[in-house]
Ligand binder design. Sequence first.
Ligand code: ATP
Length: 199
Amino acid sequence: MRLVSLEIDGFKSFAEKTVINFQTGVTGIIGPNGSGKSNIIEAIRWVMGEQSAKTLRGDKMVDVIFNGATDRAPLNRALVKLTLDNSDHYLNTPYTEVTVCRKLFRSGDSEYLLNGQSVRLKDIVNLFIDSGIGKESFAVISQGRVAEIFNGKPQDRRKMIEAVAGVGKYKADKETAQRRLAETNDNLNRVNDIIYELQ
Ligand code: ATP
């Protein structure tokens, strides 16, 4: 699975429709401070289902819509379209090429499309969560997060490694099993008390 192209139109500083075609290998994006490099990463995060405006450095989600510049009026909708090569079926879908599209209007209405078909946000989120590249994964690491990881406590770093390794689910299952075991032991003790009284 690899990124094929990214279309950004009306999202943050991208007032004009901009298409980035990714080649194979590593892609580096360079540019002066404030030129929109982080906005590109945020566009990828957003189209994959990001629901937190704060994570996208805004207060409200409509803040992602181009809000005007000295020589340009604000726009009324943001659109991001991400195309992925899925010929290895890394994403759990029969499509060999997957295009996800997200639109947000200033009215607050939004639209999600999967290969041109209208879908729910949940469908987009599930598509990526299954593959481990969803919004909660470490597939996209923002600048602040890097410092957080380096300066974090060893316990927090351990949690991060566990999340990457997918251990979290097993830990939760273990805690549930231990709680049930404790409840069963309590019940057994109560039964033993009753038996003792009856003897
Ligand atoms: P640095 O190298 O400093 O990290 P960068 O290249 O990553 O910078 P970004 O943080 O992606 O730059 O872009 C910041 C620019 O995006 C700012 O000029 C900001 O005004 C602009 N911007 C953010 N949201 C919007 C919006 N909704 N409408 C218009 N411009 C926006």
